[in-house]
Every structure is written in structure tokens, then in C-alpha cells.
Write a protein that binds this ligand. Sequence first.
Ligand code: ING
Length: 318
Amino acid sequence: MKSNSSRKIGLAVAQMGPVNLADSRAAVVRRLVEMLREAAGRKADFVVFPELALTTFFPRYWMDEGEIVERFFERSMPNPEVQPLFDAARELSIGFYLGYAELTPAGRRFNTSILVDRHARIIGKYRKIHLPGHSDHKTEAPFQHLEKKYFEVGDLGFGVWDIDDVKVGMCLCNDRRWPETYRVMSLQSAELIVLGYNTPSKNIHWNEPTHLRTFHHEIVMQASAYQNAVWIGAAGKCGHEDGFHMIGGSMIVAPSGEIVARSSGEEDEVIAARIDLDLGTTFRDHVFNFARHRSPEHYRLIVERVGAGDPLPAAVLE
Ligand code: ING
């Protein structure tokens, strides 16, 4: 049943066009600030930026790890180069999600995202759990996908935080392909899940038809938004980065599974929607009323097994 005062917020997704090897952090941050201002102009309360938003998608390159860390990782957040984004957010009273490569004081490396509130305070951090790709040098491949070489598996789990009375969860890129990602957050009452992605349009492992990249990108988020009764804001970094293409298709998906806004190009582009959080409540009260309909005692394999194994002994028919 819709409450009389439905809870609506302005959500913006700031898609980024290419970031090339030659692009400085300062130039990239200027682009982010410009999109933050455009989002504020469109009455957004919160803006989603992409995964690894400050640099090119460097896991495509085989490099010495010392050089990779030196060139592409952030030692602190915020830091002098990113500070203008935090300052603009505070000035405009707007929150944001930002993906970046994190080097911890102990020297650990993660593919990380943060949630920042309208006072420019970091209130949540996530470290990517589903790392795709490989760690070996595939010399025959047109490019690499070395997330398993450059990052550790995240150690913070999937969290949900309260921003202006909205329960917000977050993840990163490949995480969006795994149903467990969303379920762990919707079981923590997430209403909105935000994520950034960098998705190459070419598969280096087999000759995958290009259209499937966009098709799979859409269905995983449409299905998961519906199955978990959450809104999803997904921001891509896309286009040709030094000639290597990544898909666009940044979008806002409703708990109904419908795409309510999506980018049309492959450059910097802000999409926005006024989202009604009560739409999720309706689905959570009925079709996906977890407490009424779920039977975890029958789902144990999901947690107990990593890879597929033998069938369970079939229930004996009386
Ligand atoms: N990129 C891709 C993604 O999951 C990928 C990698 C693409 C894996 C297609 C499997 C299939 O969107 C990142 N950065 O995870």
C-alpha cells in the first residue's frame, strides 16, 4: 500500500567516457566535478560514479606491479587530487559513490568504492569481492584482464548504510553478475544498490558475440533489481580508452526490473531520475516478502559449496 508521503529522492548516474593513460587525475576530477554540478542542477541528492573512475582501466595492461601501484593506486581518500570533488559535493550538499584503486597503509591493494554523504563524509567502504579475469600474462590476447593480479579479494563483505534515511548498498562491476551479491544486501534491507563498472566489449577468452555484453549487463541488473525489490544505479566508464573499447549502457533500474533511465552515448553523460523508494516496499511486502516466503534450510548449498559438486541424495519417495 503506498504511504501517503512517498519517499522520493533524486538519483543521478554519471557515466564517464574514456580515461586514457595520458589523462591526469586533475583533468579527470574536473570532469567528475562538472558532472556533479550537472547532477545537482537536475535536483539529484546522490550521484553514482564508475568503478576505477580516476584512471584508465589499467588491468588491461601487463605492467610491473610497482609501476602499476605508483601510477594508478590512491594512498589516501580523499587526497589533494580528489579533494575538489569532495569540496564540490559539500558545497552542493550532494552525496556520491566513487570507485578507485586503493593502496592501504599496510600495502594491500583493493578495487574499492566509497559512499560519501552530502557533508562530504565517507560513511561506507566496499572492496570488490568477485574479481574477474586472470593473473598470468596472456601474451596472445589483444589485452589483459589482470584484476586477479593487481587486487586482493575484498575483505569487507557486502554492506548497507543509511544515507538520508535511505538504506544504500554498493558493489563493483563483476559483482553485478552474481545473485548472491544483491541477496546479501537485500537481506540487510537495502533499498538502493549503487555500482560502477568498466566492461570491455570484447571477450579475450572466446569469440563472444559483442551484443551479448550489453544483453548480459542488462539482464543481470533487471532481474536482480526485481528479485531483491531494490533500485539500482549503475555507472559505466566506457568508450575507447587508448583504443580499447568498453560498453556504455549506464542505467537506473526500478524494483519492477524496468530500466527507467539509461545513457545514450559513450562519453561523459549524466542520467537522472526521481526514484520512489516506496515502489520497492510494495514488492517487499508481497511477491518478495522474504520472511514469509523464503526457506533458507533448503538453500544451504549456496553457502557450503564453492564450485558445483555432486547432486544431493534425492529425497526418498515414501
Ligand atoms: N569487468 C567485466 C564485468 O564483469 C567481465 C569483466 C565482462 C567478466 C563480461 C565476465 C563477462 O563487467 C569488470 N571490471 O569486472
